[in-house]
Design a protein around this ligand. Structure first.
Ligand code: UDP
Length: 409
């Protein structure tokens, strides 16, 4: 097979729509990943169809996403937003409709690339029906989430499904060495099935904007500013960041912007607002709600430091995006943080989200902020390996390798 074989890929993102509202409870980094990867593979000449569940009656069946990349909505259950776990009973329906769509449109795929355990359930069936290889990216793992023990427990059903997919699929893409180790430790994955490919960042969308101008555009004064961006859920450790704020000296206490949330995160936002009142820092915290991704560079640029206080991340796109906008990051050593941040230069790593440790590193980052153009350029240069084009090339290489060396039973 020639090295440059162009591929036809069925990509599955069953529960989370790649063009859904980012920052809501179930829609975040994975949707960004699927969309950016599909677009880049499409630009390279591969044909990518992403299949997802209809979650809004207004959804069209087919959306063109760019060159050679499409998003296809299929009905599975009612056409409404439901909790991701509630998607599970509709997966057989989704698989059948996908197969009907494929036949009606005379489509043929070289392989299935599924994202998250729910899609992997569907992918496992398509792999058998079509006799093609199945490549999986789990994004997060149920057993690891349960080991962390923060937030609700992941059901046994998830872990059972993940275990069975790990054994039946032909290849697993892990975003970090740690994820590979977790796959081996909790799921008995064989090491040669797993390939490590990091996640990416869109350096054209995420660019620095002058701090003063960004703050003016957001109606902020000159106060030092800390930002959190992401889905609002306990695993993100936002409460730890709020506690860290109380360690920062009163006179110099920065403001904290919290970006993300949405209708289905209302309870968690309420819990955090009450905590802010309890900690008497409510005047220094603003909950900004969901911000559309193209507007985020303004927020990252307005901030002096972005904090990622998570207990667990599969990778953590927010850290990449912040650095791309020239804003240093303080992050716990989870997900891809150690690969993304140059400790002491582009930000700081902390062993865990213990509030006093976070506060210490936030203080250091705040002291060295102030529109350092040279540092911003160092940060952007450090991100070149994470361009989506590079990531897509690595994924395409794995796909080709699978077609040559993999078995599809
Ligand atoms: N995001 C957004 N608007 C928001 C909050 C988050 O566009 O209001 C995006 C953010 O830009 C990032 C993604 O959501 O690309 C979150 O990804 P990350 O990998 O940091 O976290 P995950 O969702 O995977 O836990």
């Amino acid at each position: 097979m020639p090295k440059e074989k162009l591929l036809k890929i069925a990509m599955l993102s069953a529960h989370s729509c790649p063009v859904g509202r980012l920052g809501t409870r179930d829609t975040g980094g994975m949707s960004v990943y699927v969309l950016e990867l599909a677009r880049e593979l499409g630009k390279m000449g591969h044909q990518v169809d992403i299949y997802t569940r209809v979650h809004d009656p207004a959804d069209k069946v087919i959306y063109e996403l760019g060159q050679n990349a499409r998003l296809i909505h299929l009905r599975a259950g009612e056409d409404e937003e439901i909790h991701k776990l509630a998607v599970y009973p509709h997966l057989p329906d989704l698989a059948r409709r996908l197969e009907d769509f494929r036949r009606e449109n005379r489509l043929h795929y070289d392989l299935v690339h599924s994202h998250y355990w729910l899609s992997a359930w569907v992918g496992r069936h398509l792999q058998k029906w079509w006799r093609v290889p199945h490549m999986v990216m789990f994004h997060t793992l149920g057993a690891v989430k349960n080991a962390v023990g923060v937030g609700g427990r992941e059901p046994e059903l998830r872990i059972k499904t993940e275990r069975s997919v790990v054994s039946s699929c032909q290849r697993i893409i892990a975003a970090t060495e740690k994820e590979k180790e977790d796959l081996k430790r909790y799921y008995d994955a064989s090491a040669d099935k797993v390939r490590i490919i990091p996640c990416g960042v869109n350096l054209d969308m995420f660019q620095p904007i002058g701090k003063r101008s960004a703050r003016e555009q957001l109606g902020l004064n000159g106060d030092k500013t800390v930002i959190f961006v992401g889905r609002i859920e306990p695993l993100k450790g936002i409460d730890r960041l709020m506690l860290a704020m109380t360690y920062l000296k009163d006179g110099h206490r920065p403001r904290l912007l919290i970006v993300g949330g949405g209708e289905n995160s209302r309870n968690e936002v309420e819990r955090l607002k009450k905590l802010a009142v309890g900690l008497q820092i409510q005047d220094r915290i603003e909950f900004m709600g969901l911000i559309k991704q193209p507007d985020l560079p303004l927020f990252y640029s307005a901030a002096d430091v972005c904090v990622v206080p998570s207990y667990y991340e599969s990778f953590g796109l927010v850290a990449l995006e912040s650095l791309a906008c020239g804003t240093p990051v303080v992050a716990t050593k989870v997900g891809g943080a150690e690969n993304i941040i140059r400790h002491g230069q582009t930000g700081y790593l902390v062993a865990d989200n213990e509030p006093s440790g976070l506060a210490e590193k936030i203080t250091l980052a705040l002291a060295q902020s102030d529109n350092n153009k040279r540092l911003a350029s160092v940060m952007r240069t450090s991100l070149v390996p994470f361009r989506w084009t590079n990531i897509a090339e690595m994924v395409a290489r794995e796909c080709r390798d699978l077609l040559v060396n993999g078995t599809a039973d």
